[in-house]
Ligand binder design. Sequence first.
Ligand SMILES: Cc1cc2nc3c(=O)[nH]c(=O)nc-3n(C[C@H](O)[C@H](O)[C@H](O)COP(=O)(O)OP(=O)(O)OC[C@H]3O[C@@H](n4cnc5c(N)ncnc54)[C@H](O)[C@@H]3O)c2cc1C
Length: 401
Amino acid sequence: MRDLIVVGSGPAGATCARKAALRGLDVLLLEKSRHPREKLCGGALNPRVPKALGFDIRPVLDREVHSARIHAPSGRNFLVTNHGLSSYMIRRNRFDSYLVQKAEEAGAQVIQDSEVVALQQTRSAVRALCRGDSYESHLLVGADGAEGIVARESGIRSSWPPNRMALCMAADVSMDEADIRKLTAVDGESDELAMEFYLGTVDWGYGWCFPKAESVCIGIGCRMDRMRNLQVAWMRFLKRINEEKGLSIRPAVEDTFKVPVGYPEWSLVGRRIMLTGDAAGLASPLTGEGIYYAIVSGSIAADVSVQAIESKNAQEVLAFSQRMRKELIPELESAEFIARRLMKSTRSLEIACEVAQKDRIIRDLIIQFVAGSRSAQKSRNSMLKRMLIHHPLESALMGLG
Ligand SMILES: Cc1cc2nc3c(=O)[nH]c(=O)nc-3n(C[C@H](O)[C@H](O)[C@H](O)COP(=O)(O)OP(=O)(O)OC[C@H]3O[C@@H](n4cnc5c(N)ncnc54)[C@H](O)[C@@H]3O)c2cc1C
């Protein structure tokens, strides 16, 4: 019997498997696909990701960017830049394969093309049933993404509340450097590119263009309970950027993609089982970014697994919920607090953009919040205070206070 089975080898699962194996656990990582597998994603990594992983990600980096351009609903736009901080642009096929390779190097056994189709729990173990094979362990981590089965099979969560799910339409569009620059250049002179955010493109969401090495990820996403017609919004967004940038991009996108956003109000643990990453519902309600939260939750699950195995006490998995509520969830709650005030109307978004454009301190606070250079609650409170003291009219119009 193994110490730990990890189901799913995205950023959450690969990180959990690697960190648990490094600390001496006998780990099995099961993946239904085969790496390098495609995973549609903006591919923008939070500046904190390299530190959270603890190894060099330069071998799989497409680009580093230092700016984000915010397009207000009215069409005006402004840059938010911090040269001291990088956001990292990656392609998920290369990035995720690299994380799995690191897990294997750390000693985890990885079995690909192996879909877990059911779980069985006994008094002393948990069993993962794949087609044709089954594996037993003391503990199991569900890192099987938004549509995974571990949450359902373990009885932890049966479905997603609509206000906790975002739907996206997106495509990685191959293009030459000249067209990448048309969409994402910081200005006409430097080589720097920016992440482009188009606010107001959809209710409770946004459109984006993120530069990669030989493509741009173009997408829109919004919360499912606020969604009207995503297909129409997508066509409108493509038309807008084609007209504004003199391009003729027409990616064929038939599917929508899910990101569970918000903060989990449900349990994250079952008997011998912990949920991480998208399986736990950990993407930011403000930006939809989930890779950083997947990595951190995978690391915490690894820590807790080591403690539970060393103390021979499966009850220790309860510590996972406590640590998540202390170390990760307050940041997601703060992001939800900001998202509710910003996204409640186009007018609120417009006012917030107007303030951010003229007030450098507000822009710095946004960077601190997203980059996590201070605690999320402190950045959130400083933003609120600055708004109330220096922009009282705008605060009143946004319903702050
Ligand atoms: C369109 C879009 C754009 C996004 N852009 C960004 C972005 O720019 N930056 C960012 O930080 N986040 C972004 N996200 C969110 C991000 O993709 C997720 O939060 C992140 O992938 C979560 O990682 P994970 O390891 O929890 O799950 P996943 O990456 O989904 O990995 C789950 C793994 O589990 C495997 N699996 C599933 N079921 C089983 C099973 N039964 N048995 C075995 N294996 C199984 C899957 O094959 C997969 O490999 C985006 C999401 C979408 C949809």
